[in-house]
Each structure stands twice: as structure tokens, then as C-alpha cells.
Design a protein around this ligand. Structure first.
Ligand SMILES: NC(=O)c1ccc[n+]([C@@H]2O[C@H](COP(=O)([O-])OP(=O)(O)OC[C@H]3O[C@@H](n4cnc5c(N)ncnc54)[C@H](O)[C@@H]3O)[C@@H](O)[C@H]2O)c1
Ligand SMILES: [Zn+2]
Length: 693
């Protein structure tokens, strides 16, 4: 996990956040937070993404620290769930609190140090659990029978959601022992159930859910609906027992009672906590449900009692937050792509945005039926979700922000590649030409000079062999013989022989050429060379996991996922080419040029440039801006001095920009910086060099 090995500024740090300069702005922010929290906990449309919410909250906290006289009674900074939870009439046996957040290893350490200071002794062990991205409930059992389920509400009283909660998988109607206890845990929706819930909901003419968590909240709080979206439950604490238990013992007991429980690790030291958080980070995305962090808790009841709680959150536990998996951004346009097999899909082209720690520039819109149902349009502010190693998806649009002149999306009437008819009999539309639809284009690409470099095989001959049905994919080229070609094109034996020799001769090209020739998306010439040099053989490349692909310079998570998916799709063709005798290895010593591995913000000697980001960078929060600097090989800094190498200046930049000018330090406009980041992530060395030239 990057944060742990390489600590950077926390994403949200109240001490770092800029306080509001006038009371009116402060009050407006408080109102926005209240509104957002209300929407968030009620399960209706999200008003903003979590990063924006957390950023706003940090500024409000900073303002309250510097201008305590402005602070309102009942400020959202002091209330459970910012006071946005729907209060019901079920009074909790003991308050259901929020958790304080830490972002990164440094803050985790500080939190643990503070806890030891409060206790005046070392903490006797921690548990680390995944932080399930759902909503908290309290489930009361009487003599082992489920009788009442309530939401967190304002922390003191919540709503009765017994009827809907009974349907949550993992929350048994009867425990295995006839005990009277209160079980608390998270109700959430798995990724698969979310897909099913979206279909049910839009199928009923209702707008889609923005996120699995709002789907879970909306479903749990819903009065009877004509459809029942599936819910799940994982327990993480037990209450109303005579003697408080260690957290680890409580989890074991909950499992014995028959409730589903979150996984946990028992850790003796902060070092071990770190490792456990790292393990959860690594597993995130493979769990099949949303995890927005890790929860670290003092294990022993004595430590918990010693630390106590504030009105909002316990001091004995903390949430280690992960980068958000859902963000909002602008949908620039909707492109229609035709795949190799003729599948036609809509793809969202997005203003770059960081989701789950990755810059995302495009996302799937699934299929046309779905797109029309979701009513997403170019110009919309959309929610983009990235769950682990899957292609990011647009889950929905923020309809209140839709531009007035926006137009509904028109699905294509004909195949955008060949103009042929579209087969709409299935959800996934296809060009009726199937594989033949793209044959000409992929053949031209295959034989091109920068690919397999097959001389003499021009458009005319390619067209002829395709039309004659002799060739549908590049591997078929190797079956062409002299008599066939000579007859077809009246080439004459000499020319036909030469052509066949050229085709056969291409079999010995290095792997990097083969990779280029396949026309893999997000894998141009220089990327093909790097992959070939790194893996050496096609087999090794095909066997590489998404993680292993990312070890190659310039391959970020988005690219790794695309390349892996593309290679799977291309495997039949690759096998066919290998069977024809096409070389699938890279000669040793064909390593890419050294410059390819240097990062853009490194000095000539390889040391990091000192870079100050001031003002807004499009698509990034300030901390993401600093993270981006690190990713590009630089060292982020907060102040401009003679030692600064580069200052990135965006909207709202102030004295730092002026100072940079005075000192004659190089200035890069923020939009250029965003483009640089994109080019770097896309492995486009030329564009990177252009921007920094
Ligand atoms: N986008 C928005 O408009 C918006 C609005 C409000 C809140 N939020 C998000 O919610 C966060 C604040 O939420 P909060 O105050 O509800 O608390 P929280 O999410 O920070 O932490 C407390 C909650 O964590 C949950 N949890 C999950 N797994 C757990 C485990 N293993 N052990 C204990 N608890 C576990 C419980 O529901 C508990 O109530 C903000 O940081 C923000 O990101 C977003
Ligand atoms: Zn077509």
C-alpha cells in the first residue's frame, strides 16, 4: 500500500485545510454538509462524492479551530453522521457512534501514541477489521430470536427497519444459542447484488442508485417496494452482555452464534496493525463488496474503558480510510466502440478524476439499453465507480447539475466501423459482420511497417483476399500460397512468390513487433517493447496477473486491467499465430531505451525535483495533486524557495505563484500538469517530453 510504505500528507487534515474567510461562507458550508449527510444516510441520490464531503468537513473543522466564535451549536463536526441520520423512535441501548478517520501511516501512529498517552500504558493488542461500506444497524435478539432492528439515526435513536433487515443474508432470524443480546454490524450490498438491484430498480422506471451503499440504505429504509433488492450483513460487535468481552473474543462468539462476521486480525503492535491494513488494502476489490477502509480497535475491554469516547466517536478505535472508490466528474462525451468480435459498446470519456487511487479517463456504460435507462448524457456530472481490478463504470448522473441544453444520447443506427447492420437481439449489440467487420483494419495494422512490416501487402491485395474469403484474421495470411495469390490478383508468379516470402519472413520478427501488430488497446509501440523486454515470451506475458503487469514502467492499474482483458480476448488469435510458426519471444538485449524508465519529475541525476502545487488542478484534490507529483517522481513541497524546481499553478493560486515568478522558478499551468499526468499514465513518452520541453 503506497500510503504505508511512503507516507505523504494525509488526504484530509484539518490543520492543513484552509479555513473559510467569512462567516457566511462557513455557514453555507455547514448547510451543504447537512444536506449531503441527510441524502447520504437516507439512501437518496448523493449530493457529492466522499472526497468532496471530507474536504468540506476538514475546512469547517479548520474554521472552527481558528474562529471559534463562528461555531454553531450542534455543528456537524460534533454530531454522529454530521447529524444527518434519520432519527427514529428506537432509543439505542448505548450510543452508536461514528469513527474518527486517519489517512496514512503517520496519522495511524499518532493516533496510537495518543491512545497510549490517554491510557498511560501500552495498548494490549489491537484488532484490525475491514471497514464495510454500508450502514450500521443494531439487531436485538431475545432468547436467541431476532425481534428488532434499528438504524444508527443520530447515534441515540434510530429507525425501526426490522422488516427489511430480516432479508439481509448473514443476519439470522434465530441464533444458535437462546441468548438475549444486541448484535451490531453493517448492512451492505455486494457488487453482484448491486448489479441485480440496479436492473430491478431501473426496470421499475426509477432512477438508478449512485453507489452500493446508497442502494443498501435506500433498500433498508424503503417501505414495501414492488421488488426486493438483496442485502447482506456482517457483524462487528455485541452488546448487552454481563461482562464486556475482548473484541477478538466477541467476534469468535458472534460466529458461534451463527451471524456472519467481518474478518479480523489480532495485532500486538502498530507494526502488525500496519501489515494487517496492508493485507486488507491488497484484498480490496477481490472481496466482492465495498470496503472503504480498515477499522483498528483496542482489543481489551480495559483499554476501551480507559480511553472512553467523545460525543461523536470512540477514542479506542479509528477508521483508516482508503481512497474513495466513487467520485464525481464531468462526462465529456459518449463514444461508440466496436470490439474485435463486432460487439458494439458505449464508452464514457471523462474529465480525468482520481478514483480508488487511480486516474480514470474513461469508463464503461455497459450497454445501450442500460445507458438509455440510466439516462446519462454528455455534459452530465456523473458518479464513477471503480471496484478493485475491474474497468471503472459510470453508475449514474447528478440530475440536478444537468446543463439545460443537454440532449439525450442517440444510440447508433448502423455499425460505426463498417456501416453495416446492427444485431440488437441481445443486450450486447453486435455488428452483423461479426469478426469480418474489423478484419480490414486489423489486417492493415498487422502488416504495417511499424508492426510486422510485410512489404508488398497493400490495401488492394488485402481487400481481395478478404473479399475472396481466404483471410479473416492475420494468422490466415500465413496460409496463402503462390498459386492462390497469383490467380487472385494476376500478380504473376514472381511477385506472388516474393509476397509469400515476405509474409513467411515476418514470422521471425521479435515479440515486441507481434505485440504492436495485434493492436492491443492502451498498448502502443513503446509499451509493446517494454512489455516484451520485461516478460521475454508471450507465454509469460499471457500468464501475468494484473499486479505483475503493473511492475512494468508506465503500466498503471487502469492500463493493466485493459491490457489483461485485451490479451484474454486475443488468446485464440495468438495461439493460431503461434501454430503458424510466428516467433513469440523477445531477443535478449532488446531492452527499451534508458530514458523510458526515468520519471518525468526526476532531475537528470535521478533525484526527485522539488515541486509545489498551488491552486486547483483539474480533476484532483490538493492532496491528490501532491500524490501525483510523487507518482511522477517528484517531491511535493508546501512552500516555494530557491530550491524549488517547479511550481504548478492552478485557479485560486495566491502568493506562492507570485513568489515563484519573483524567484524565476519554472511554472507549469495546472491543466498542463493534468495533461502531463494523463500522458504519463498512458505511457505516452513523447507527449510527456513535449509538456516538459
Ligand atoms: N458523499 C456524501 O455526501 C457523504 C455524506 C455524509 C457522509 N459521507 C461519508 O461518510 C463518512 C462519515 O461517516 P460516518 O460518520 O457514518 O462514520 P464512518 O463511516 O466514518 O465510520 C463509522 C461507521 O463505520 C461503519 N463500519 C464499517 N465496518 C465497521 C467495523 N468493522 N467496525 C466498526 N464500524 C464499522 C459503521 O457503520 C460505523 O457507523 C465521511 O467520511 C464521508 O466519507 C459522505
Ligand atoms: Zn461493423
Amino acid at each position: 500500500m503506497r500510503d504505508l510504505v511512503d507516507p505523504v500528507d494525509p488526504v484530509v487534515d484539518a490543520a492543513e485545510a484552509a479555513p473559510f474567510e467569512d462567516a457566511g461562507e462557513y455557514r453555507a458550508a455547514v448547510e451543504r454538509i447537512r444536506g449531503a449527510a441527510e441524502a447520504y444516510y437516507s439512501g437518496s441520490d448523493l449530493a457529492m462524492d466522499d472526497a468532496t464531503y471530507d474536504g468540506l468537513m476538514a475546512r469547517v473543522l479548520a474554521t472552527e479551530a481558528t474562529r471559534p466564535e463562528w461555531k454553531e451549536a450542534g455543528s456537524p463536526t460534533e454530531a454522529v453522521g454530521a447529524g444527518g441520520g434519520v432519527v427514529g423512535d428506537i432509543v439505542h441501548s448505548e450510543p452508536m457512534l461514528s469513527l474518527d478517520n486517519v489517512f496514512g501511516e503517520d496519522e495511524l501512529r499518532k493516533w496510537a501514541e495518543r491512545l497510549e498517552k490517554i491510557l498511560g500504558r501500552p495498548v494490549s493488542g489491537y484488532t484490525v477489521e475491514p471497514k464495510i461500506d454500508g450502514l450500521a444497524i443494531a439487531a436485538r435478539y431475545t432468547d436467541g430470536v431476532l425481534t428488532l432492528v434499528a438504524t444508527r439515526g443520530d447515534g441515540f435513536a434510530g429507525e425501526d427497519v426490522t422488516a427489511q433487515a430480516r432479508r439481509a443474508a448473514g443476519l439470522p432470524a434465530r441464533l444458535r444459542q437462546p441468548v438475549t443480546v444486541e448484535v451490531r454490524g453493517e448492512v451492505f450490498m455486494t457488487d453482484d447484488d448491486f448489479v441485480a438491484a440496479q436492473a430491478m430498480r431501473t426496470g421499475n422506471g426509477e432512477p438508478p442508485f449512485a453507489h452500493p451503499r446508497s442502494a443498501a440504505a435506500g433498500t433498508l429504509r424503503a417501505p414495501k417496494r414492488p421488488y426486493d433488492a438483496p442485502l447482506s450483513f456482517l457483524a462487528y460487535s455485541v452488546h448487552g452482555i454481563p461482562e464486556p468481552m475482548a473484541q477478538s473474543a466477541a467476534m469468535a462468539w458472534l460466529a458461534e452464534l451463527g451471524t456472519a462476521t467481518t474478518a479480523y486480525s489480532l495485532c500486538a503492535t502498530v507494526e502488525e496493525v500496519k501489515a494487517a491494513v496492508e493485507a486488507i488494502t491488497a484484498a480490496r476489490g477481490t472481496l466482492g463488496y465495498g470496503v472503504d477502509g480498515a477499522v483498528v480497535k483496542a482489543d481489551q475491554p480495559a483499554d476501551r474503558a480507559g480511553a472512553g469516547s467523545s460525543s461523536r466517536a470512540p477514542r479506542w478505535g479509528v477508521a483508516y480510510k482508503f481512497p474513495a472508490d466513487t467520485r464525481t466528474t464531468k462526462l465529456l462525451r459518449i463514444e461508440v466502440q466496436v470490439g474485435r468480435t463486432g460487439v458494439i459498446t458505449p464508452v464514457a470519456v471523462l474529465e480525468p478524476v482520481q478514483v480508488g487511487g487511480v486516474i480514470v479517463t474513461s469508463a464503461t456504460l455497459h450497454n445501450f439499453e442500460d445507458l438509455v435507462r440510466r439516462n446519462v448524457r454528455a455534459g452530465d456530472t456523473v458518479f464513477v465507480r471503480r471496484a478493485g481490478d475491474v474497468i471503472p463504470e459510470v453508475t449514474g448522473a447528478q440530475l440536478d447539475l444537468r446543463p439545460e441544453d443537454s440532449e439525450p444520447f442517440e444510440p447508433p443506427a448502423a455499425c460505426p466501423r463498417c456501416g453495416g447492420e446492427i444485431d440488437r437481439s441481445q443486450k450486447r449489440w453486435r455488428c452483423t459482420q461479426g469478426r469480418a467487420c474489423g478484419a480490414n483494419i486489423s489486417l492493415e495494422y498487422y502488416v504495417a511497417r511499424t508492426s510486422m512490416d510485410i512489404e508488398g501487402l497493400g490495401d488492394r491485395i488485402l481487400q481481395a483476399v478478404v473479399t475472396a474469403g481466404l483471410v479473416t484474421d492475420p494468422a490466415d495470411l500465413y496460409d496463402l500460397d503462390v498459386p492462390t495469390l497469383a490467380a487472385l490478383e494476376r500478380l504473376g508468379d514472381v511477385s506472388a512468390t516474393k509476397l509469400v516470402n515476405n509474409i513467411q519472413g515476418s514470422k521471425s520478427r521479435p515479440l515486441s513487433r507481434v505485440l504492436t501488430a495485434l493492436g492491443v488497446r492502451m498498448m502502443g509501440r513503446s509499451m509493446s517493447r517494454r512489455l516484451a523486454a520485461h516478460f521475454g515470451t508471450m507465454d509469460a506475458l499471457l500468464a501475468a496477473s494484473v499486479d505483475e503487469l503493473q511492475r512494468v514502467d508506465g503500466v498503471g492499474p487502469e492500463r493493466a486491467v485493459t491490457i489483461a482483458a485485451e490479451l484474454v480476448e486475443l488468446t485464440p488469435l495468438i495461439t493460431k499465430l503461434a501454430a503458424r510458426g510466428v516467433n513469440m519471444t523477445e531477443p535478449r538485449g532488446a531492452a527499451p531505451a534508458a530514458s523510458a524508465s526515468a520519471l518525468p519529475l526526476q532531475r537528470a541525476d535521478g533525484s526527485p525535483m522539488t515541486v509545489v502545487v498551488t491552486g486547483a488542478v483539474p480533476g484532483l484534490t490538493r492532496d491528490e495533486g501532491n500524490e501525483a507529483v510523487e507518482r511522477l517522481g517528484g517531491k511535493p513541497s508546501g512552500s516555494v524557495s530557491k530550491k524549488t524546481d517547479l511550481v504548478v499553478v492552478g485557479d485560486g493560486a495566491g502568493s506562492k505563484a507570485t513568489k515563484a515568478e519573483q524567484l524565476g522558478i519554472r511554472i507549469l499551468p495546472a491543466d498542463r500538469f493534468a495533461t502531463l499526468l494523463q500522458a504519463h499514465d498512458a505511457g505516452d513518452q513523447d507527449a510527456v517530453a513535449d509538456i516538459l520541453a
